[in-house]
Structures are given as structure tokens and as C-alpha cells.
Design a protein. Structure first.
Length: 462
């Protein structure tokens, strides 16, 4: 399997090189040159597999340059840190299926990919006798998951930008209480979109990127998306066994288009997904794109679901590449236009294609809190606010003819204030969060400025 950039200037590179490159050197995002297609017979085999074996069967189709024994070991080591034997268990509540993606070390879906990516980085660096300085931005969960994925690992430093006081208190503590020598937390005086922009600008300085051996853990790294493809197959297999249904919906709370893009790749591989439901909060650029063909940025609104408080969806360019039929020149022109004007428009044929892939709904704060309260009253189950956005959208848009799987992206204890507001009591804390407020913290507050970040990285890089 070889990889190419959405912007056409990087082609014919291996999976290993794609992982190490992160953001393509031409400023685009890396994608496989072709998507493996699975037959109905393949799906019948996959639906019977336990999670690690399923992960191997999916990932190995894209990572053809990693020996099978090595890939198997990486996958098993990555998921040994999860607290549930099923890794991503599926539960049925109030007419919807909840895919619990929060049983990793930081209680968020990002662990599924970042435990794997951290081990993959260490493996590749040892193989190449190289060092890496990881740079990433987070709206909350990516940062802690990335930090836990690489803390204490050899030949790796990690620099994570988060918007100062714009993530949940637990999210902030999960990052800043990791005091390993190779971890650097940077609280920028701006928004997540500022952090994401800074990371792209730093990676766009190819001389700086090469000099300091920069690597990416944001979902601009293809390995992040690939690892998330697996749980769509897992959930489909579970629902298929329980109901016999072949087609299902997935409802995905998303701000950065990474998690739902993984579902789109699963669909292109042949997984019988009827529609992907794109659920946003008030930061609804993606929902407007699906419903109206309007991809235009606005001001970031702070909500109880802060990991989705995003206006610039970094993975959108990958979908744009497919929407434009693989025309890299159109992608470059569109991204240049968007950079200048802050908006893109789509014709009727393109909108029809989008509507065949997605349904979408924007769910506001009052609806989010009401969903948490109503779901808890009916089932006793506590949703975190991001998952509640997905549950509300799934219930609103699907009529019940086919099963709906809602992705539970975080443990409710990470967003205790929102849960308390909704149901009148705090969610029970898992053991990993007990006493976290009393732990030693380390964090640097820094301007949301590309040159300031580059100077800090240069000073502390391996």
C-alpha cells in the first residue's frame, strides 16, 4: 500500500513514511492511493473476531510494510492498557446502541488511536535509529491521550498546545499532571483553532520541521484515522450478531471531522453503513456543510462539549479530495480560496453526493443537557455532553427502521460540571481520576504565536 497527498505533490510513499511525515510536505493530508474493498465473505469473517485480531485484519491491509508479527505485537501492547476486555464494548440503552470508546488510560476515544500511534512511533524510531519531537494541538482529549501514549518513551519528546482555560478542568489536569521529562504542556492564550493553525504553520516550515525532527499526533496523521476505522467494523459486527441487521447508522459527535472520516473510510471499504450522522454543537460549520452546502467559518462558541468547539475541521480536506474525485488541483484551489475568504460553496451534484454519505444536525447546549437528563432518567446511564450531542442527533434523524450506533467519545467524569448541571449530581469518578487535583502539575502559559511556539520547541527539542 502506497500513500499520496491530497495536494498532489507527495506520492508513492510507504505507510511507515506516511506515519513519520504526519502532515504531507506539500501542506496536504496523506491518504492511501487506493482503499481496500472487502467482500461480504470478508465481513462474515471479521464480525467473529475479538478486537485485537480485528484491528490486525484492518490495519494490516494499509500497513503492508510492517511484518505481521511486529504489527500483531504492537496492537496487543496498545490495547493491553484498556480497562475493558472488549476494548470498545457496545451497550443497548433506550433504543440506541452506545459504543463505549472511553476505556483507555485517559477515558476518551482518542486513546484507541494514540496508544497504537505511540507504540508505532517508538517502533519506527528504534528501527531507524532516530529521534522525534511531537507537536500537536488539542481541544481537550487528544492532548492527554497523546501524552499518555508517549510518556516516558525513548527518543520522543511531546509538545501539546491547549487553549488556556478553554478545556474542562479534568482534561486540563490529565495533561498538566503528567510530569515526565519528555512531556511539555503549553497553554496558549487563544482558541483551539489558533493552536491547530500554529501546528500547521510550524509543519509548513520544512526546514524547521526537518531540523527538529517534528512528528504529528493530531488526526492529520493517517495512522490516527486508520486505528479508528477498526471500531466501526467492531460495532457493526456486534449489532449484526445481536439483531441480524446488515445496514446500520452511526451517529458521531465531531468537530474536527476525524472520527467521522474514519467511518467514511470504513464505508468505502464496504462496511454497510446506511448513513453517517454528523452531530455538532453550536460550532456547526460541518452540519451547515452537509445540510446547506455552506462551509464557512464563524466565531468559536464555548459549550459544555469543548472538544467540539472548533470552526476549522482539519480532516475536512481529506473528504474534499474524494468529493472532488481525487482532483488534487481542485483541492489546492479550494484550500487557497478558503484561506483567503473563509468559506467554500458546493454545487448541486456535490451536495447530492454529500447527502448520500451523511445526515447532520446541530445540537445546542439546552438540548445537550436535556438529553443527558432524559437519558439518565429513563435508563440510569450517564452520557457525557459530547456523546449526548450524538445521541440527540441519532434519535432525531433516524426513524427506527435500522439500528443506530452512537459513539460514546468520553467518560462522563471528564465533564462533571455539565453532568452535574443536567442531572443534579456528579458522575462517579473512575479510579484513574481520584485525587488528580492534588497531583504535581507542570504547564507553561504562552502566547498563541507561531514564532513563540517555534522558539520554545527549539529550546527543548531532542
Amino acid at each position: 500500500m502506497r500513500y499520496q497527498s491530497t495536494r498532489g505533490q507527495v506520492r508513492d510513499i510507504t505507510f511507515k513514511d506516511a506515519v513519520m511525515m504526519g502532515l504531507a510536505d506539500d501542506g496536504g493530508l496523506l491518504l492511501p492511493e487506493e482503499i481496500p474493498r472487502l467482500t461480504p465473505g470478508d465481513l462474515e469473517v471479521l464480525e467473529k473476531l475479538a478486537y485485537p485480531e480485528l484491528a490486525f485484519q484492518i490495519i494490516s491491509r494499509f500497513a503492508t510494510d510492517i511484518p505481521s508479527a511486529d504489527l500483531t505485537e504492537l496492537i496487543h501492547r496498545s490495547y493491553a492498557s484498556f480497562s475493558h476486555p472488549d476494548i470498545t464494548p457496545l451497550v443497548h440503552k433506550n433504543g440506541v446502541y452506545i459504543l463505549e470508546l472511553f476505556h483507555g488510560p485517559t477515558l476518551a476515544f482518542k486513546d484507541v488511536a494514540l496508544q497504537f500511534l505511540g507504540n508505532l512511533f517508538e517502533y519506527l524510531l528504534k528501527e531507524r535509529n532516530e529521534k522525534m519531537n511531537i507537536l500537536g494541538a488539542t481541544s481537550g482529549d487528544t492532548g492527554s491521550a497523546a501524552i499518555y501514549g508517549v510518556r516516558g518513551k525513548e527518543n520522543l519528546n511531546i509538545f501539546i498546545l491547549h487553549p488556556h482555560k478553554k478545556v474542562s478542568p479534568i482534561q486540563e489536569l490529565q495533561m498538566t499532571t503528567v510530569t515526565d521529562a519528555n512531556v511539555f504542556n503549553l497553554a496558549i492564550t487563544g482558541t483551539f483553532d489558533d493552536g491547530q493553525r500554529i501546528v500547521k504553520e510550524v509543519f509548513g516550515d520544512l526546514q524547521f520541521k526537518s531540523l527538529h525532527a517534528l512528528g504529528a499526533v493530531n488526526s492529520i496523521n493517517w495512522a490516527r484515522v486508520l486505528a479508528q476505522v477498526v471500531y466501526y467494523f467492531y460495532a457493526w459486527g456486534e449489532v449484526r450478531r445481536q439483531t441480524g441487521c446488515r445496514e446500520i447508522y452511526f451517529s458521531v459527535p465531531t468537530g474536527n471531522f476525524g472520527d467521522i472520516f474514519a467511518g467514511y473510510i470504513a464505508k468505502k471499504m464496504g462496511l454497510p453503513i446506511r448513513r453517517l450522522i454528523l452531530a455538532t454543537n453550536e460550532n456547526n460549520i460541518l452540519a451547515r456543510f452537509v445540510r446547506k452546502g455552506d462551509y464557512s467559518i464563524g466565531d468559536v462558541v464555548q459549550t459544555p462539549s469543548p472538544s467540539m468547539d472548533i470552526q476549522l475541521a482539519s480532516n475536512f480536506e481529506r473528504y474534499l479530495f474524494y468529493l472532488y474525485g481525487g482532483d488534487a488541483h481542485r483541492v489546492v484551489a479550494a484550500m487557497e480560496s478558503f484561506s483567503k475568504n473563509g468559506s467554500l460553496r458546493f454545487d448541486d451534484a456535490e451536495r447530492k453526493t454529500v447527502e448520500e454519505d451523511f445526515l447532520a444536525l446541530s445540537v445546542d447546549t439546552s438540548q445537550t443537557l436535556a438529553t443527558i437528563a432524559d437519558f439518565h432518567e429513563k435508563t440510569g446511564y450517564v452520557l457525557d455532553p459530547h456523546t449526548a450531542v450524538g445521541v440527540h442527533a441519532g434519535q432525531a434523524l433516524c426513524g427506527g427502521d435500522f439500528p443506530v450506533v452512537c459513539l460514546a467519545t468520553a467518560h462522563p467524569a471528564k465533564f462533571g460540571d455539565a453532568v452535574q448541571q443536567a442531572i443534579g449530581c456528579d458522575p462517579e469518578r473512575p479510579e484513574s481520576l481520584l485525587g488528580i487535583e492534588e497531583k504535581e502539575k507542570r504547564c507553561e502559559i504562552i502566547a498563541a504565536d507561531t514564532e513563540a511556539i517555534k522558539a520554545f520547541v527549539a529550546l527543548h527539542a531532542l
